[in-house]
Design a protein around this ligand. Structure first.
Ligand code: AMP
Length: 509
């Protein structure tokens, strides 16, 4: 049997192919039928096939969110190639790392950036650069329009690669998680049952589609159920609240919930038609969880997962499976094994904090072209080390208490301090820097930098921030830079970031 994920999604399309599959909520009032998805992905897949690419070719996309961009992802699966989504906020330094590392055969970008992006790509050996714009113009669709709308889904084995998701920013540290058709399909099928997806569900899709949450969890959920999506290219709290009356499922990062809570229009009545609110990608504050209950009468279901493993644990969906407990990410999902171990690898008792390790058909094959890194992140008995620190309670509900690495999650996006530090340290007059995450009411966490100036140099934090904004994605730029005479260090000479975090924790309170 063909293990191609697209084949499974396609066979879940409803019988009535003229029914609405996706309705755009912002801008033009566009509706896409299931037939449109079928034909559009066939034409795009035929375009890829016509390029005669080697098997396993990577197709990279750095575009704004659009239904056509989603169709491109589906067409890459359909044609049997490997999809590589990239955050459209990435600038030249970041993009060139991904292109050199992944060596995509094809890159799709917005027309606005074609000049510098194509130069980078062609230098790195990419064969084709197409454009796809927010208004559906560009060479990708122009070329696809000339293709046949009949296409037979490519044969794939379960372990064949379907997508590569880069775990963060740039310069050496960012790793490409290799996800197979089996990884994606097994997780999607399990979530379809666990979250009780139905064909009459309507999903509000307001997440970006370059990340596991919006691209896989949300899109696969609706597609595999044959359920309609209301599609927001950008999250806008008031507009989303207005459409809740027609929807039944919403997925968001905690920031989206905080933004909606700030709107007076968020009421019990506005949420009457809703079945399920799901949160993930970053910790949901207990205040947000409780405020949401009070304001809407709904209990947010919090789940936990990551690019390398897809979804790992979830609070229950159906009442018969148990209660949703705020502050926890629920028990392990069916088919997924999670264990919490101490520094020696021995299992921790209930309520004891340790390293979270996981195993299952959802766990990725390894990091793209990084065999040593891959080996380091797996135990000898095959468990993946998530890098998260957590504890199980007596009912086997998992709580994530922090991250062993100093990852900052701002508005659901990962920021690796070492990356920002390397940019800061390159700047004129900067001797050294330390970047930490501090609590932020809107983003959950945000980035703050503390730095030491070179002897005799005058450093202006605001000017450094302005420079950084031209170099890296906005969500990674420190919101504030402090200049100090020295960084706190421990006896081993390591910077004590915990002290810095503590010192600045009320900055945005
Ligand atoms: P990413 O690969 O970008 O999805 O980031 C994965 C990381 O996000 C995980 O390793 C966790 O540190 C964090 N994460 C995801 N979901 C949650 C959650 N519900 N609570 C706390 N942290 C989470």
């Amino acid at each position: 049997m063909n293990a191609n994920l697209f084949a499974a999604l396609q066979s879940a399309f409803p019988q009535d192919l003229d029914a609405c599959a996706i309705e755009c909520a912002d801008g033009a009032e566009l509706r896409y039928s299931w037939r449109d998805l079928e034909r559009g992905t066939a034409m795009l897949a035929n375009l890829l096939v016509s390029l005669d690419l080697p098997p396993g070719s990577r197709i990279a996309a750095q575009t704004e969110k659009s239904v056509e961009a989603l169709m491109l992802y589906l067409a890459v699966l359909r044609a049997g190639y490997v999809y590589l989504p990239l955050n459209p906020a990435y600038q030249a330094a970041e993009l060139s790392y991904f292109i050199e590392n992944a060596e995509p055969a094809v890159l799709v970008c917005s027309g606005q950036h074609f000049g510098w992006v194509s130069k980078l790509a062609f230098l790195a050996g990419t064969s084709y650069v197409f454009t796809l714009n927010e208004d559906r113009s560009g060479s990708l669709l122009d070329r696809a329009a000339q293709m046949s709308d009949q296409h037979t889904v490519a044969e794939k084995a379960p372990d064949d690669l379907a997508a590569i998701l880069y775990t963060s920013g740039t310069t050496g540290r960012s790793k490409g998680a290799m996800l197979s058709h089996r990884n994606l399909l097994s997780n999607a099928q399990m979530l379809k049952d666990f979250w009780a997806w139905r064909s009459d569900d309507v999903l509000i899709h307001a997440l970006p589609i370059f990340h596991v949450h919006g691209l896989f969890v949300a899109s696969h959920g609706a597609l595999l159920a044959g359920a309609k999506m209301i599609w927001f290219a950008k999250f806008e709290p008031r507009a989303v609240i207005r459409r809740l009356a027609e929807a039944s499922v919403f997925m968001g990062v905690p920031t989206l919930y905080v933004r909606m809570l700030n709107e007076a229009a968020l009421t019990h009545e506005a949420c009457q038609h809703m079945r399920l609110f799901i949160s993930g990608s970053a910790p949901l504050l207990i205040d947000t969880f409780s405020d949401w209950q009070t304001r809407t009468g709904h209990t947010i279901l919090e789940r936990y997962g990551m690019s390398e493993t897809l979804m790992l644990s979830s609070n229950p969906c159906r009442a018969l499976d148990g209660e949703r407990i705020g502050g926890t990410v629920g028990p392990a999902l069916p088919g997924v094994e999670i264990r919490v171990v101490d520094d020696e690898g021995k299992p921790c008792a209930s309520d004891e904090i340790g390293h979270v390790q996981v195993r299952g058909p959802n766990v990725f094959a390894g990091y793209w072209r990084m065999p040593e890194k891959t080996q380091e992140e797996f135990t000898a008995d095959g468990w993946f080390k998530t890098g998260d620190v957590g504890r199980f309670d007596a009912q086997n509900y998992l709580t994530i208490v922090g991250r062993s690495k100093d990852l900052i999650i701002s508005g659901g996006f990962n920021v690796y301090p070492a990356e920002i530090e390397s940019f800061l340290n390159e700047m004129e007059g900067v001797a050294e820097s330390a970047v930490v995450g501090v609590p932020h009411p809107d983003f959950g966490e945000t980035v703050v930098a503390v730095l030491v100036a070179q002897a005799g140099a005058q450093v202006d934090g605001a000017a450094l921030i302005a420079t950084l904004k031209r170099q890296i994605a906005g969500f990674k730029v420190p919101k504030h830079i402090f200049v100090v005479s020295e960084l706190p260090r421990n006896a081993m000479g390591k910077v004590q970031k915990n002290l810095l975090r503590e010192q600045h924790r009320s900055l945005f309170a």
